[in-house]
Write a protein that binds this ligand. Structure first.
Ligand code: SAH
Length: 362
């Protein structure tokens, strides 16, 4: 039994079943603190690890946003959950095309994992830009900022509620003779007003993500700047259980070997947009990752890289671009969505149309 499973069993035996949110939170803390989860030998791979073009295009996106902000002489480049630091390293290399932009930057990583902080330090060393680490978004210093979060929100805990005859009951993790098992709260949550389509519907509320998006929005609306969120997910509201566990690139039971698999949910971007509006920011998008990267010129960048490449390298570039933009199961192009929040004065950000809620959604 893994160390965290023994701890969970003890906790449940003592205090009773825990919420999905608490379960995810305990598992994820252990998971991220004890490994580098990325790459072929880890549990999953992300866009910046697939191609340098991803981070480069985001660096150019940031440069354009910085100009639209009025080219402030100091700008914080903040990244939430930067993994191996690859996205930021590629973005800073691309930022060289605008020396005044690069000179204005300091990098602020929001990262809880000591293992990954070390990898990030090594990845950013050649950039020559000052890098700072913080545990929480609130700890990053004030001032104009451009913020990235790629595959960050999917890694935050959510609450889940199931439609029963009694109303919305919270999904819990309890203990049976067979081990950890899903359960339901006895009392319904009466503050939820959503009407389910049918009994058994699952409502996911990303409380942690809503909190963080709200904090970012308040910061952007007072100090200026924009935040770019990229993740797999959808534009809700919608019902469904999207909790999943990945171990060595394969799906496993989320209750199996707690703390050893990557636990995630699909991101409902409408919550992030709503938190943005409530915090005084505007939102842009969402669009698919394919549409976003195409608008930023992924094809042109790939062509220019291929001019200096061997035949094998050129084939690798083509296959990476396909993986980032293709629809369906194999590609990330359609499953992944892109949303930005910004100071309300930023009328447009590259690659994303101005976002709007329909009457029914707001
Ligand atoms: N953005 C990277 C890595 C995604 S994995 C990429 O695209 O490759 C998720 C990242 O979020 C990891 O760096 C992990 O350590 C970090 N993370 C997870 N939960 C966090 C939390 N609550 N606060 C800060 N960072 C967190």
């Amino acid at each position: 039994m893994s160390g965290i499973e023994a701890h969970l069993r003890e906790l449940i035996a003592l205090e009773g079943p825990v919420t999905i949110e608490r379960y995810m939170s305990l598992c994820l803390q252990h998971y991220y603190a004890t490994r580098d989860p990325l790459g072929a030998r880890g549990d999953f791979t992300t866009a910046p690890e697939i191609s340098q073009i991803f981070g480069e295009l985001l660096g150019l996106w940031a440069a354009e946003v910085w100009m639209a902000m009025g080219s402030p002489s100091q700008c914080r480049l903040i990244e939430l959950g930067p993994g191996r630091g690859t996205l930021m390293a590629d973005a800073l290399r691309a930022a060289k095309v605008l020396p005044a932009f690069k000179a204005a930057l300091s990098v602020h990583f929001i990262e809880t994992s000591p293992t990954l902080r070390e990898r990030q330090r090594a990845a950013l060393a050649p950039s020559g830009v000052a890098v700072f680490w913080h545990d929480r978004v609130e700890d990053a210093p004030a001032g104009p900022a451009i913020i990235f979060a790629n595959e960050f929100f999917d890694a935050l805990p959510v609450r889940q509620y199931i439609a029963t005859e009694r109303g919305w009951c919270e999904r819990l993790v309890g203990l049976s003779d067979a081990g950890l098992t899903f359960g339901l709260s006895a009392e319904p949550e009466r503050t939820l007003t959503q009407a389910p389509h049918r009994l058994g519907d699952v409502l996911e509320i990303p409380t942690a993500s809503i909190g963080i998006a709200g904090t970012l929005a308040r910061r952007l609306s007072s100090d200026g700047g924009a935040a770019l969120f990229i993740d797999y997910g959808y534009w809700g509201p919608a019902f469904g259980d999207t909790l999943q566990a990945l171990h060595r690139h394969a799906y496993v039971d989320p209750l199996h070997e707690p703390g050893e698999a990557d636990l995630t949910t699909h991101v409902d971007f409408h919550w992030l947009a709503k938190a943005g509006i409530d915090g005084g920011a505007s939102f842009h998008g969402p669009v698919t990752q394919a549409a976003f990267l195409t608008a930023l010129g992924i094809e042109t960048r790939a062509r220019s890289l291929k001019q200096r490449a061997t035949e094998q390298q050129a084939a690798d570039i083509d296959s990476a671009v396909r993986r980032l933009t293709e629809p369906g199961e194999k590609g990330m192009g359609e499953l992944f969505k892109v949303l930005a929040l910004s100071h309300p004065d930023l009328e447009a950000v590259p690659g994303l149309p101005k976002g709007r809620f329909s009457k029914a959604e707001s």
